[in-house]
Write a protein that binds this ligand. Structure first.
Ligand code: SF4
Ligand code: SF4
Length: 293
C-alpha cells in the first residue's frame, strides 16, 4: 500500500479540491482510500458530497489528557498555577485550584510539582473519527478535533490508522493534510511515499511552499509541486518553476485559474467530476506520481 500526502504551506490554494480529484481519477485504476488529515477543519468528505449523517460510524477517541485535582488532598500552595506554562489553572473562592476552560494541554508539569500528590492526569475524549463511502465507491476517513481540544497530531495518526483498517486491500491512501507546517501536517507526512505540495503564484504561497518543502526534505520523502491558478501571476509562477528546477523538483502540473473549482465546491463534487476538461490534467498528475512509486 502506497501513501500520497497532499499538503500546502498556505491555506486556500485548492489542496482539498486537488486531493479529491486525484482520488477520483486514481480510483478508476486502483483501489484507494482518502483520509482527511485536517482534523481542525475537516471538510474533504464535503468535497465528495458525503454529509456527516452519511457516516458509517463516528467513534469518540482520546489522544490527550487533562489535569484532575483531588481537592481533599490540596493544601492550596499555589505551585501548580505558578508552574503551568499555559496559565490553565485558577483558584476559586475556597482557594482551591480549577482548570480554565480550554486551557489545559495535558503536559503533566503540575502533577510533578504538586507537593501532596493532589493532581493526576486523566484521559479525555478530544476527538472523533469515522468514515463514509463516496459515490465513487471508495471510503473517505475523517477525524474531527473537539472545539478547543488539543492533540491534533495524535488524532491525525488515528485517522491514518483507521484508513488502513477500513480498506486493508487498498493500493493507495491519499492523505489530505492541513495547511501549514505544524504538528498535524508532520503527522500526515511521516511515512508517506510521495508528497504533493500545492501552491499558488503569490509571495505568501511561494514562501510557505519553501517552508513546507524544507519539512518534507527533512523526512526525505519524494515530492512534486502543483502550481494552482498559475496564470493569475505568470511572473511569480516562473519564479516557482525556477526554484523547482534549481532544486530538482518535478512540477507535476500548472493548473489555470478556473471558477469551476468554486462551483464544484458549491455542488459538493470534486472539480474533475464537475468539468470533463480536468480529467486529462488529473490523469497526467496521477500517472507521474504512480511512475514515481
Ligand atoms: S497538565 Fe500542564 S497544561 Fe494542564 S494544568 Fe497541568 S501544567 Fe497546566
Ligand atoms: S500544587 Fe497541589 S497542593 Fe498546591 S495548589 Fe496545586 S493542587 Fe493544591
Amino acid at each position: 500500500m502506497k501513501q500520497i500526502t497532499v499538503l500546502s504551506g498556505k491555506g486556500g490554494v485548492g489542496k482539498s479540491s486537488i486531493a479529491a480529484s486525484l482520488g477520483v481519477v486514481l480510483s478508476k485504476e486502483k483501489k484507494i482510500v482518502c483520509a482527511d488529515c485536517d482534523v481542525d477543519a475537516s471538510n474533504l468528505a464535503l468535497v465528495f458530497g458525503i454529509n456527516e449523517k452519511d457516516y458509517k460510524k463516528w467513534e469518540p477517541i482520546s489522544t490527550n489528557e487533562k489535569a484532575v485535582f483531588d481537592l481533599d488532598k490540596c493544601i492550596s500552595c499555589g505551585k501548580c498555577a505558578q508552574t503551568c506554562y499555559f496559565n490553565a489553572i485558577s483558584f476559586n473562592s475556597d482557594k482551591k485550584p480549577e482548570l480554565k476552560k480550554f486551557g489545559c494541554e495535558g503536559c503533566g508539569v503540575c502533577e510533578l510539582i504538586c507537593p501532596v500528590n493532589a493532581i493526576s492526569l486523566k484521559k479525555v475524549n478530544n476527538a472523533k473519527i469515522g468514515y463514509g463511502i463516496s459515490k465513487y465507491g471508495f471510503p473517505v476517513v475523517s477525524g474531527q478535533l473537539n472545539i478547543g481540544a488539543s492533540g491534533s497530531g495524535k488524532v491525525v495518526f488515528q485517522v491514518r490508522e483507521l484508513a488502513k483498517k477500513v480498506a486493508e486491500d487498498s493500493e493507495i491512501i491519499i492523505n489530505d493534510a492541513a495547511a501549514g507546517i505544524g504538528c498535524p501536517v508532520i503527522a500526515s507526512v511521516v511515512g508517506s511515499d510521495f508528497v504533493i505540495a500545492v501552491t499558488e503564484p503569490t509571495p505568501s504561497g511561494f514562501s510557505d511552499l519553501k517552508r513546507a518543502l524544507f519539512m518534507v526534505n527533512h523526512f526525505n520523502i519524494r515530492h512534486g509541486i502543483i502550481i494552482n491558478k498559475f496564470d493569475l501571476n505568470n511572473e511569480f509562477s516562473k519564479k516557482i518553476e525556477d526554484f523547482a528546477r534549481k532544486n530538482n523538483i518535478d512540477v507535476l502540473s500548472k493548473i489555470p485559474y478556473d471558477k469551476a473549482f468554486l462551483k464544484a465546491l458549491v455542488k459538493m463534487v470534486p472539480v474533475v467530476s464537475y468539468e470533463q476538461k480536468f480529467e486529462e490534467i488529473f490523469k497526467e498528475i496521477a500517472e507521474k506520481i504512480v511512475r514515481n512509486f
